[in-house]
Ligand binder design. Structure first.
Ligand code: ADP
Length: 267
C-alpha cells in the first residue's frame, strides 16, 4: 500500500482495466459452499478469490475466553502461500494478517447480536486463495454473507468497499496496481441500514474534501456490494427450500448417529 503516485493510472478518463472512477470490478458471491461450516461464502471480486467460513455459536474454548454475558467473536484472516505473484515467504500468521484479522473482528463484534449467545464463541475464518488488492474488504464482504448463512443474528449484513486516490482523482475499488501505485487507499466497511462506518483505514494523504468525497463514493459503491450479498443469500435459501433440507435447528438430532454421519449434512 502507499505508492509513489508516479505511474499513470488514468488515461482519457479510463483506468488501466477500462473502468470509470466509480466502477467496481466484476463480483460474484455464492453462499453455502462448505459442508462442515455452519455458514460459508465464496467471493470472486476482480482477481481476488476468497473463502469465508463461520462456526458457531459453539462452546468457547479456551474456557478463559468465555464471556458470561455474550458470545466472543473471533476472526482469522489468512493468505495462502500461492495467493499472489509476490513471494509470500511464510504461510503462518504474520503482522499484516494479524492486523487484518483484528480489524475485521472488530467490525463483526459491532454487528453480531452477541448478547443472544452468552458463554459461546463465533469463529470467522477468511482464506485468501488469490489476491489482487482489496482482500480485506472482499474477505469481510464474504464473511458477512457466511455469518448470515450460519443464521447468526446481526444488525445488518455489512458491505466492504475501498475508495482512494489515483492520479489526483478519487475512485473506487482499487486493483493491486492502483493500490500499490496510487496515492491513497481507504478500506471501508459500512452498514447501509444504519449508515454506520464500521471500518475506516487509510494510507497516503488526502484533504478533508477528498475524504468526504471518498466516503460518499464508498457508500454509493456499497449498494452494489450489498445487492450482491442479498442475492447470494436469497439464492441460498431458494436452494435450501428446493432441496427441502432446512429443518429448524431444534428439530435436528443432538447426537451424531453411531458410526458417524453418512452422506450430506442435513443443512
Ligand atoms: P488489501 O488486500 O486489503 O488491499 P494490502 O493493502 O495490505 O491489503 O495489500 C494490497 C495487496 O498486495 C494485497 O491484496 C495482495 O495482493 C498484495 N499483498 C500484500 N501483502 C502481501 C503478502 N504478504 N504476500 C503476497 N501478496 C501481498
Amino acid at each position: 500500500m502507499g505508492g509513489t503516485g508516479k505511474m499513470k493510472l488514468i488515461v482519457n478518463g479510463k483506468r488501466l482495466d477500462g473502468r470509470g472512477l466509480a466502477d467496481l470490478r466484476p463480483m460474484t458471491i455464492k453462499a453455502g459452499v462448505l459442508n462442515k461450516a455452519d455458514g460459508s461464502a465464496y467471493i470472486e471480486w476482480g482477481n481476488n478469490k476468497i473463502l469465508a467460513a463461520v462456526y458457531g455459536p459453539k462452546e468457547c474454548i479456551p474456557r478463559h475466553d468465555i464471556n458470561p454475558y455474550k458470545a466472543v467473536v473471533r476472526c482469522r484472516y489468512s493468505m495462502s502461500p500461492f495467493a499472489s505473484f509476490e513471494e509470500h515467504g511464510r504461510t503462518g500468521p504474520n503482522r499484516r494478517s494479524r492486523e487484518i484479522s483484528k480489524v475485521i473482528q472488530e467490525v463483526f463484534e459491532n454487528v453480531v447480536l452477541a448478547e443472544h449467545f452468552p458463554k459461546t464463541a463465533i469463529d470467522i475464518f477468511i482464506e485468501v486463495l488469490q489476491a489482487d488488492g482489496g482482500t480485506r474488504v472482499a474477505g469481510l464482504t464474504a464473511a458477512a454473507v457466511a455469518l448470515a448463512d450460519a443464521g447468526i443474528p446481526m444488525k445488518d449484513v455489512v458491505a466492504g468497499i475501498a475508495a482512494g486516490k489515483i492520479d489526483g482523482q478519487i475512485a473506487l475499488d482499487f486493483g493491486k496496481y492502483e493500490d500499490n501505485f496510487g496515492q491513497s487507499d481507504m478500506p471501508f466497511a459500512v452498514s447501509l441500514r444504519t449508515g454506520e462506518v464500521l471500518l475506516f483505514q487509510m494510507d497516503g494523504m488526502l484533504t478533508k474534501d477528498e475524504i468526504a468525497k471518498a466516503i460518499d463514493l464508498a457508500f454509493e459503491g456499497a449498494k452494489t456490494v450489498s445487492d450482491l450479498q442479498v442475492k447470494a443469500l436469497k439464492a441460498r435459501y431458494t436452494e435450501k427450500e428446493e432441496k427441502g433440507v432446512a429443518p429448524a435447528p431444534e428439530a435436528l438430532p443432538q447426537e451424531q448417529p453411531a458410526g458417524g454421519q453418512q452422506g450430506e449434512q442435513p443443512y
